[in-house]
Design a protein around this ligand. Structure first.
Ligand code: GLN
Length: 491
């Protein structure tokens, strides 16, 4: 049961070869067995899952049911879920039980999905290693081949989602990606994940980090599974003013299109000094696979790539400092009493936010302050426009781009943690697509010398996820990635 993809499980459920109750029970068992060590879930909702499974079986028996009826998923704890605690992995939201359902998770429920629980993540989605969660770090189910047994990070911030899918504690998961938080953990955990175009999925009911960058998207074991999930998650939502009023294409069908005649760009700025040899080799191999499948490979340039990280770490903290102002101990979540109102605010925020969140609030407040606004925030916004212009120009010549997803394989807990800048470098290849708002997908494509997964990234034109899926599926077919993590259900 644990080897089934979402597509296979859906077909088995429809053919009544498998019941939603059986499938859900197996996954509940996997969560019970593995979560104490991996810590991929903050909150487990097995009672709710059992109820949803019973309803799914009823629907299936009546020949009804939607695209995901009976499919057990993990929901990142950034999505508000009605009646189910939603923490954003922060102490400040520890007691928060939303009275409403986010549009994206609501869309999944509409289509019959089953929710196993709320996936662990970096606090307020700030991080690349799932170390900053107030509910403890997530462990990657993968191990280095050196036998040293080092505990590896799953990536972040959707690290609980990625670890859960990889270790088969869920068939798929939701994630959010502000600067790489779907793609980098997918790469570290040997699974697929797509950040759709900004505006493709509604942000309504998703705890805000950086509103002009945040996008929801799926993580799953195959490209097709991601396509199925995104088809359900996406769609126009009048409750989000940045939601795109566009029809949702058949993403799963796009996976079968092939790449014959497509032009694939290779941005020269994505070659980085000190990048492991294995990653450049894999990148070349990926280009070879696409060429063999009938695509034309074209060298291109995105000259403002080198400013991506610096501008992201101005824009994202600026928006975060503003978004997080609402956590004041009065309206949401935890409260520490104080002498007066100001003291209550200060104590609540000091007790409620972890060190990385505080750092971002301070950076954000600084770059938005009267004396520095023009020098930092305004300037970063101008550079952001140039980053977008680079992509727009290149997409006049090519249909999609291929790059590595991350500059390294998963690192161990404790590594990269002495210096925040080193941690921020993880996002060097994922941030530009976020700044430009274009869709980008990570596909597991190979292993490093330690047997750890490495992902390749396909970047597409705005609202052309179909080509991203077509190219990603072609890479998936050629790569034949079949490695499994050491720790997994059914092993
Ligand atoms: N790692 C990046 C950050 O810490 C991206 C996080 C994200 O995409 N949510 O901001």
């Amino acid at each position: 049961m644990f080897d089934l993809t979402i597509a296979q499980a859906r077909d088995a459920l429809r053919a009544r070869k498998l019941s939603a109750a059986e499938l859900t029970e197996a996954y509940i068992g996997a969560v019970e067995a593995l979560n104490p060590s991996l810590n991929a879930y903050i909150t487990v909702t097995q009672d709710l899952a059992r109820k949803q499974a019973a309803a799914a079986d009823k629907a299936l028996a009546a020949g009804q049911g939607g695209a995901l009826t009976g499919i057990p998923l993990a929901i990142k704890d950034l999505f508000c879920t009605e009646g189910v605690r939603t923490t954003a992995a922060s102490r400040i939201l520890e007691p928060f039980i939303p009275p409403y359902e986010s549009t994206v998770s609501g869309n999944l429920l509409r289509d019959g999905a089953i929710f196993l629980g709320k996936a662990n993540m970096d606090e307020f989605a700030m991080g690349s290693s799932n170390i900053t969660s107030a509910y403890g770090a997530v462990e990657s189910p993968w191990k280095r081949a050196d036998g040293g047994n080092a505990i590896l990070v799953p990536g972040g911030s959707s690290g609980g989602s990625a670890a859960a899918v990889s270790a088969r504690m869920a068939l798929g998961a939701t994630g959010t990606d502000t600067g790489g938080s779907i793609r980098q953990p997918a790469s570290f955990c040997g699974i697929a994940g797509i950040k759709p175009t900004y505006g493709r999925c509604s942000r309504w009911g998703v705890v805000a980090f950086a509103s002009s960058l945040d996008q929801a998207g799926p993580l799953a074991r195959t490209v097709e599974d991601c396509a199925i999930l995104l088809g359900s998650m996406a769609g126009f939502d009048p409750k989000d003013s940045t939601s795109a009023d566009l029809a949702v294409p058949d993403f799963a069908a796009a996976c079968q299109r092939g790449v014959k005649g497509l032009r694939i760009g290779v941005p020269r700025e994505y070659t980085m000094d000190g990048m492991p040899r294995e990653i450049s080799t894999l990148w070349q191999q990926g280009l070879g696979w696409l060429r063999d499948a009938g695509a034309e490979i074209v060298d291109v340039s995105l000259p403002h790539t080198k400013y991506g990280l610096a501008t992201y770490y101005i824009v994202a903290p600026a928006e975060a400092s503003s978004n997080l102002a609402r956590y004041d101990g009065v309206r949401f979540g935890a409260r520490q009493d104080g002498e007066d109102l100001r003291d209550l605010y200060e104590r609540t925020r000091a007790a409620g936010f972890g060190p990385e969140v505080r750092r971002r609030i301070m950076i954000g407040t600084y770059v938005l302050s009267a004396g520095y606004y023009d020098a930092y925030y305004l300037r970063a916004q101008k550079v952001r426009a140039l980053i977008l212009r680079d992509f727009t120009e290149v997409f006049g010549k090519v249909d999609a781009l291929l790059t590595p997803t991350a500059p390294s394989a998963a690192f161990a807990q404790g590594e990269n943690m002495d210096d925040p800048i080193k941690m921020y470098l993880n996002d060097v290849f994922t941030v530009p697509a976020s700044m430009a708002g274009v869709p980008a997908m990570s596909i597991p494509a190979g292993l490093d010398a330690q047997g750890l997964p490495l992902g390749l990234q396909v970047i597409g034109k705005p609202f052309d996820e179909e080509t991203v899926f077509a190219v990603s599926a072609a890479i998936e077919r050629a790569a034949g990635f079949s490695a499994l993590p050491t720790i997994r259900a059914g092993a």
